[in-house]
Design a protein around this ligand. Sequence first.
Ligand code: DAH
Length: 339
Amino acid sequence: MKEQLEKIKEEAVRQIEASDALDRLNEIRVAYLGKKGELTGVLKGMKNVAPEDRPKVGQMVNEVREMIEAKLEETKQALAKKAREAQMKAEVIDVTLPARKANVGHRHPNTIALEELERIFTGMGYEVVEGPEIEYDEYNFTKLNIPEGHPAKDEQDTFYINKEIVLRTQTSPVQARTMEKGKLPIRMISPGRVFRSDEVDATHSPSFHQVEGLVIDRNITFADLKGTLAEFARELFGEDTKVKFRPHHFPFTEPSAEMDVSCFKCGGKGCRFCKGTGWIEILGCGMVHPHVLEMCGIDPEAYTGFAFGVGLERIALLKYEIDDMRLLYENDVRFLRQF
Ligand code: DAH
């Protein structure tokens, strides 16, 4: 019995010392100390030992068990330490390396221009409202005094979904939608995407953006329109900016005008930027046509108002001196980062 125990001990120690992984140690533990392990087997054989020898044999078994357990624990600690050291070595962090730069995004020139417009108009008490990009022909045209067969409809030759529904060609339908709500007075701007079946070139795109403006109240006159838009121009292009209104025609305003600003490049003397004229056209505007007010449920005898429409890309191109609209849609960060 003693020899057998001695042999078990030696073999266990040999195996433990030869193991190179924690898993292997576990296997050894099970093989010797487990329920079906070798040492347990010896205890089970106790019934064959003479009763007077049993305490002595029992003690020997316990000594061998303790010895194996101690050896297992010691080897386990050593292996764990080795593993930790190897990991530390593998995961060395060089704190002297330069940090990796975080790539921060950049607002698009259109967005910068839009936020500037919104800042100016909300500063004057305007609300920002939105309208649908897919619009009824009725709102895009009819309610804006552009009936079936009107030449203005041809000019905006557009994308139809079906006979009644179009991709809106202008943000002006939001005027009709806002007036129909019946909440007066109105002081709103409405930015958004519009669509026309135009060929792409340096100044055209089948999809671009406008910002619509509408004011309806009692006693609104053309003087209010001029004052408001002149202030807008000064805020956008600088203190010294002058404005000029040229008569024009829009079906939904009467009278109608186009507004020019004095060239902010040459101060009005005439340069390449303003094609020698000293002026740059920036928007269309006018007094809301009484017929439009009526169609939208507002009494033209009690209320008057003015409206305007700005091309957002045009503002962005002018303000940042970009000479080709296509650059705005190519999403080349090297270009976009400059603004
Ligand atoms: N909707 C016009 C266009 O796309 C622009 C415009 C002109 C809007 C005059 C207006 C306005 O509100 O009063 O050409």
